[in-house]
Design a protein around this ligand. Structure first.
Ligand code: BGC
Length: 715
């Protein structure tokens, strides 16, 4: 389904040309007819206002700015990052709402929420004078130590693709452009500027590319941002296979491809399919300015290609409404933002263990420990960093990127939110720096809540181990206090060596501007935990396709933190995440899709139908005493001639105690199909498909086999 802005009725059209033309292509063509070659080239090159000296008047500190053309009513592009709300980009103490991170949003499994979150970020961007959001991160979690996983939407192409599409549609409902990024296979930060990713084409089409394909179909983003890395030896920014064959050829994408900041290496990019150089101050040269003109004069790049590049930019800006609905800087509606941020944070919290201590009730004293819970909630770092007013900042650890804004805690302190809900309860706080002291505080209380944090940032990868001795802290507290609750604020899976010693664990991710309130609401049972993991938590690094993070043992060769170039062979192919665990039989710490509730659910009466795809319906019942929401997941388990696990659909079902409901899930047909090189498309082999329904990827509750007809689905 196209994003609404594409189909929105055109009102009050501006611009001197093409105003009365019906479709964006015709309007773009009419504008281009009036533009000189220099003017066309002018919109192909972007700046980074954050580092511009002097910064032009009327241009805010931000990631990107592309001058428009006033005489034709083509607005400037004002670009800012927005994986998790409008990023600060040098505007410290910004008035902006921090949404929970991408993984928290993905843990909601809710397309409505993703759309709402996107719409909120888009509305704030518009109110702050931005008309292009560098949003839509949909790189799959192949590497659970990837420092940017928190910005993305997990390991499954269907879940990530659907959520990204919904979020992009939400952004663009504000008549501004959203990107989708980073195309493709920027699946780890170590060596991102130099590594070459390799994967069998069929596997690529069935996984990482499928996530982009679904999100582009659903969200119709105006722009695609290429990745930093190489694919099969060729940089993504100049990779004809990615930018031309797949994106434009197979998928018929009509928008423009912009580079990531510092990702352009030469003019080969122009002919390969890159339409716009972003943040040219970051590249070796302003390639898409004078050098591009020279290449046109030399006949190396055709004027037709220049016109096509400019056409794609203009038609997308027109289609998204950025031309007809200009932005101007003002104040965002932070109260509206807070409502969405709170809902998203609550919905994304995942209850990983609970022996009954949660929801908290009847306690007379609580020891809150660690994680700067007195200050706020942790956020992830890098270009996506949102810094709302009142955030706390710490120096980043050694080895962090030189441009890091620091370790930022968003200003919604869990300690205050807990105290507000515990009127007659003594709530103490210990910063957790001394495990013995923390354990003593815990022993004195009825219950201990330890906040454990792991910072992640763009530019470096993490480990699976909680840093700064927090495992020892938790173990010490748990030894002193049998009722210990651990609240994780992490942007990746972590190992939990203390799991058996504690009573409850919740994964709150980086929960954003309303994180403290959301965590407290779940701890006290005002909100039901209903998040489900969008990534597998491995039991050890040895279970992963790459036990050692690729490139992590190579020496750093420059100030940017690069290593020598290296290759990553993604030999697990389309079996990333839970699919890998199903294939190898490894038992994860927590499986994909997992999450507990304060109530319990039962599944019954599966009916399944084949045909062009598979459709299943089943009853979900709330068998507990509290209202709750189940995320019922449907997986392919075996197709003709092969065992292969794949999520093919899901349903979120909110039920009152004792209530049951029949839900129907229809499989996305490409998840039943294989990519076939000879056919150059997806093919469903006709035959029997075994499916299961359950609460996570490792817990089948009901099974059925359906006969699906053979079909060729195209590229
Ligand atoms: C990131 C992009 C971001 C850009 C502009 C790069 O470092 O990879 O995701 O949009 O910076 O801030």
């Amino acid at each position: 389904m196209p994003a609404p802005c594409q189909n929105a009725p055109k009102q009050e059209k501006r611009g001197d040309a093409g105003v009365n033309l019906p479709d964006p292509d015709a309007r773009a063509a009419a504008l281009l007819d009036q533009m000189t070659l220099d003017e066309q080239i002018g919109i192909l090159s972007g700046h980074m206002p954050l580092v511009m000296k002097p910064r032009p008047e009327g241009v805010q500190k931000s990631a990107g700015w592309v001058p428009g053309l006033e005489r034709l009513g083509i607005p400037d592009l004002h670009e800012t990052d927005a994986s998790l709300g409008v990023s600060a980009a040098g505007r410290r103490d910004d008035a902006a709402t921090a949404l929970p991170c991408g993984l928290a949003l993905a843990a909601s499994w809710s397309l409505d929420l993703a759309r709402e979150a996107g719409a909120m970020a888009g509305a704030e961007a518009r109110a702050k004078g931005f008309n292009c959001l560098l949003a839509g991160g949909v790189n799959l979690t192949r590497e659970p130590r990837n420092g940017r996983n928190f910005e993305y939407l997990g390991e499954d192409p269907l879940l990530a693709g659907k959520l990204a599409g919904a979020a992009i549609a939400g952004v663009q409902s504000n008549h501004i452009v959203s990107t989708i990024k980073h195309f493709a296979l920027n699946d780890q930060e170590t060596g991102r500027m130099v590594l070459s990713a390799d994967m069998d084409e069929a596997a690529f089409r069935e996984s990482d590319l499928l996530a982009f394909q679904i999100a582009i179909e659903d969200g119709d983003p105006g722009s695609v941002m290429c990745a930093y890395n190489r694919f099969r030896g060729t940089y993504a920014s100049e990779n004809p296979y990615l930018l031309t064959d797949v994106l434009r050829g197979d998928w018929g994408y009509k928008g423009w491809v912009m580079s990531d900041w510092g990702a352009v290496h030469g003019l080969a990019a122009a002919n390969a399919g890159l339409d716009q150089q972003s943040g040219r101050e970051f590249d070796r040269q302003p390639f898409f300015d004078d050098p591009l003109k020279a290449a046109v004069v030399a006949g190396e790049v055709s004027t037709a290609r220049i016109r096509e590049m400019a056409h794609r930019i203009l038609r997308a800006m027109i289609a998204c409404g950025a031309v007809d609905h200009p932005v101007s800087a003002g104040e965002p509606d932070l109260a509206a933002g807070a409502t969405v941020a709170r809902k998203a944070a609550e919905t994304g919290i995942v209850l990983l263990k609970n022996d009954g201590v949660l929801p908290l009730s009847g306690v007379r004293s609580i020891a809150v420990i660690g994680g700067h819970a007195d200050l706020g909630v942790l956020s992830g770092g890098g270009s996506s960093q949102v810094i709302p007013k009142g955030s706390a900042r710490f120096d980043p650890p050694e080895g962090s990127p030189s441009w890091s804004a620091g370790v930022i805690y968003h200003p919604d302190a869990p300690l205050a939110a807990i105290r507000a809900r515990a009127a007659n309860v003594a709530v103490s706080f210990d910063d957790g720096t001394d495990p013995a002291r923390a354990a003593a505080a815990a022993a004195d209380a009825d219950v201990a809540i330890v906040f454990a944090v792991e910072w992640a940032t763009e530019g470096v990868d993490t480990t699976l181990v909680l840093p700064d001795g927090q495992d020892a802290l938790i173990a010490a507290v748990a030894a002193a206090q049998p009722r210990t609750v651990v609240v994780l604020e992490t942007g990746n899976p972590v190992l939990t060596p203390w799991l058996d010693q504690v009573s409850a664990v919740i994964e709150a991710w980086y929960p954003g501007s309303q994180g403290g309130e959301a965590i407290a609401a779940v701890l006290f049972g005002e909100a039901e935990p209903c998040g489900r993991l969008p990534i597998t938590f491995p039991a050890s690094a040895d279970q992963l396709p790459h036990a050692k993070l690729p490139g992590s043992d190579l020496p750093i060769v420059n100030a940017r933190g690069d290593t020598e170039p290296f290759d990553i062979d993604y030999a697990e192919g389309s079996d990333a995440g839970y699919r890998w665990f199903a294939r190898t039989g490894h038992k994860p710490l927590f499986p994909f899709g997992f999450g507990l509730s304060y109530t319990t659910f039962a599944y019954a009466d599966l009916r399944a139908e084949g045909g062009a795809t598979a459709t299943v319906s089943f009853e979900v019942a709330n068998t507990g005493a509290r209202a709750g929401t189940e995320v019922a997941q449907v997986y392919l388990e075996a197709a003709p001639g092969r065992s292969q696990q794949r999520l093919i659909g899901w349903a979120r079902v909110s039920l009152e105690p004792g209530e049951s409901r029949r839900v129907t899930v229809t499989a996305e047909p490409r998840l039943l199909a294989d990519w076939e090189a000879d056919l150059h498309g997806f093919r469903i082999a006709g035959g029997d498909y075994r499916l299961f329904v359950g609460p996570d990827a490792a817990s089948p509750k009901l099974r059925a086999t359906v006969t699906v007809e053979a079909a060729e689905l195209g590229a």
